[in-house]
Design a protein around this ligand. Structure first.
Ligand code: AMP
Length: 582
């Protein structure tokens, strides 16, 4: 975070060196990891102290979290970390991976913190190159929500990557200087109070804000919805200089009292902007100096890209990084690429990366078949090919399946660039049909083009396979909003909605369509839900322990409680009626 305009070129130079020497760096990283850890209880089962690459590749198995969990649990319970890695474990990062699953614990060493710091330096250099040094001209409005940390039985901290970063003294100093949100609000345990105060302070400093963002696009959209629901109250606070009584968190109250002074003029201008019929471009209107929306909008987040564009009013939407609790993987060298064109260039010094080729049948990803030949090294991947990512880290993961599918789009020097395709295993299936996340994204993208001519925008969607009746069917929840202004009286045309259902079906796999024809799958259903349903679902997952900043939403939900929440908000149901043509 300490990069300045003057030394940002050093960061760019480092990026060039890393990507040019990708192969040598990868070999070195693996050698270092093996030299340190070949004698651990875990690795010696397979390689018995040997450190050569060939031995590693032939003997160390490819694993999932379940395979290493017993070791991680033993460390969490107080055994020495030596059973898995020689470096001391300083904390555990809690990974959600998908929002539905239980958090996984990822060991973290001091070296991982240094790597993350290096990544931020590189990222800042890239941002300065693209946008100039925005930090010299203003502050960033970044909606962060730290999650309280807990401890393992042996007293090792368990926290999210973001919370860990926010606890770091250097980051805290940077937040104070570079961000509008005060650390007290970021650490407030009540997400609503935190959101209110972060937006309030962001609005008070609206003429200084140079970027708006969060970790993932979902959080930015949640903030916009919150603003819609609370702008009058926020304006009244600004007008009177009095903070609402329901903000009871003392940290929030103290910090807001330092900034909040009666300012009727500012309140009036915000009120005028927010009372506008259409919220198109609202972010740009509220924060006129902002240049970008900084939030990941790739992968399962890509469904939000269009809505963000609508609210952004021309602001660039920047997805900077492909990162998991397991490792920092890639960085976006072209911050201005459109969400659907973003590729992440892998950083060869962050971990040893391998790639399991998976077959893509061309039209859909429903048939992900592992190809022969085993995993390939970072520099040996082929453009156009799909791969499943494996990582071997400095922190005790060896040939570990992250669970993500990536596609090679090209190279920068000798380092490959990947498009994030999908989280594996997020599929709809009622029979032996298999619909992957990207299949669903494609089907919805095609169907929603029909909505546009009727003046609606698809704000959010998710899905589940309803097998409560026979035959089962796909249910897609749609949250719609009216394009121009908020004319709530606009009525959905049933024919158009049935057509949307059919269009989705048409886009699905041949197997799906065959089963539909044979009546093994019933008609696809769209359930239109009330505005605010995506936030209601997010609230539910947060109440179940998910961290707000790690919440990625999901294009498919499995939890019965989550389905019940959405079902209680359904305002209309529509079915596909075109079975005969399949
Ligand atoms: P977590 O460990 O809980 O932070 O989740 C990491 C997962 O988030 C990754 O394995 C990906 O599935 C997803 N993810 C992270 N970065 C991106 C990105 N830039 N685009 C799409 N998905 C991402």
């Amino acid at each position: 975070m300490a990069t300045t305009t003057d030394d940002y070129e050093d960061g760019l130079k480092t990026l060039e060196e890393l990507t040019t020497n990708a192969q040598q760096i990868q070999e070195h990283v693996l050698q270092q990891i093996l030299a340190r850890n070949a004698g651990t209880e875990y690795l010696s089962r397979f390689i018995n102290g040997q450190t050569d690459k060939q031995c590693f590749k032939t003997k160390v198995p490819i694993v999932t979290y379940e395979d290493v969990k017993p070791y991680i649990d033993r460390i969490a319970d107080g055994e020495t970390s030596n059973i898995l890695l020689t470096e001391p474990v300083v904390e555990f990062h809690m990974s959600t991976g998908t929002s539905g699953g239980l958090p996984k614990l990822m060991p973290v060493t001091a070296e991982i913190h240094d790597q993350t710091a290096l990544y931020f330096t590189l990222l800042r250099s890239l941002m300065i190159k693209q946008f100039g040094d925005l930090d010299k001209t203003g502050k960033r409005l970044a909606l962060f929500f730290a999650k309280p940390e807990t401890e393992t039985a042996s007293g090792i901290k368990k926290r999210t990557v973001l919370t860990s970063m926010l606890k770091d003294p250097e980051t805290r100093t940077a937040i104070l200087k570079l961000y509008t949100s005060p650390i007290e609000a970021v650490f407030c345990s009540d997400n609503n109070q935190s959101m209110f105060c972060q937006l309030l302070i962001g609005l008070i400093q609206r003429d200084e804000v140079v970027s708006v963002g969060s970790t993932f696009a979902t959080v930015v959209l949640r903030a916009i919805k919150f603003l819609e629901d609370h702008y009058e109250e926020l304006c009244s606070n600004i007008k009177t200089g009095q903070l609402s009584d329901w903000i009871t968190d003392s940290g929030c109250r103290n910090v807001v009292s330092l900034i909040l002074k009666p300012n009727p003029e500012l309140a009036e201008s915000i009120q005028t902007i927010c009372s506008c019929k259409s919220w198109e471009g609202i972010l740009k209107k509220l924060w006129p100096k902002a240049k970008l929306i900084d939030a990941i909008t790739t992968g399962s987040m890509s469904q939000y890209a269009e809505t963000l564009e609508f609210y952004g009013g021309g602001l660039s939407i920047v997805s900077t990084v492909y990162i998991c609790s397991e490792a920092v993987c890639g960085i976006n060298l072209e911050p201005l690429s459109k969400p659907f064109d973003v590729s992440y260039t892998f950083l060869p010094n962050m971990a040893y990366f391998e790639f399991l080729p998976v077959k893509n049948d061309g039209a859909t990803m429903s048939e992900q078949i592992q190809l022969n030949g085993g995993p390939v090294d970072l520099v040996n991947v082929r453009p156009g090919q799909y791969y499943e990512l494996l990582v071997t880290t400095f922190a005790g993961l060896y040939r570990y399946k992250v669970g993500d599918i990536l596609m090679v789009t090209g190279f920068h020097n000798n380092a490959p660039q990947f498009r994030f395709v999908e989280r594996q295993n997020i599929i709809l299936s009622v029979d032996t049909d298999k619909t992957s996340e990207s299949d669903l994204v494609k089907a919805v993208t095609e169907a929603k083009t029909l909505l546009e001519s009727f003046g609606f925008i698809l704000r959010w969607y998710t899905s589940y396979a309803d097998t409560s009746s026979i035959p089962g069917h796909y249910v897609i929840f749609w949250e719609l909003m009216v394009k121009e202004g908020d004319d709530d009286t606009k009525v959905l045309d049933p024919m158009m909605m049935a057509e949307c259902c059919s269009k989705m079906e048409e886009s699905l796999s041949l197997i799906y369509k065959t089963y539909r024809k044979e009546n093994s799958i019933a008609a696809l259903e769209i359930r239109v839900v009330k505005q605010g349903s995506s936030e209601a679902l997010m609230d539910y997952y947060v109440s179940q322990g998910a961290a707000l900043n790690q919440y990625k939403g999901s294009t498919c939900i499995k939890s019965n409680d989550a389905i019940k929440i959405l079902d209680s908000r359904v305002i209309a149901k529509f079915f596909s009626s075109k079975k005969s043509m399949y």
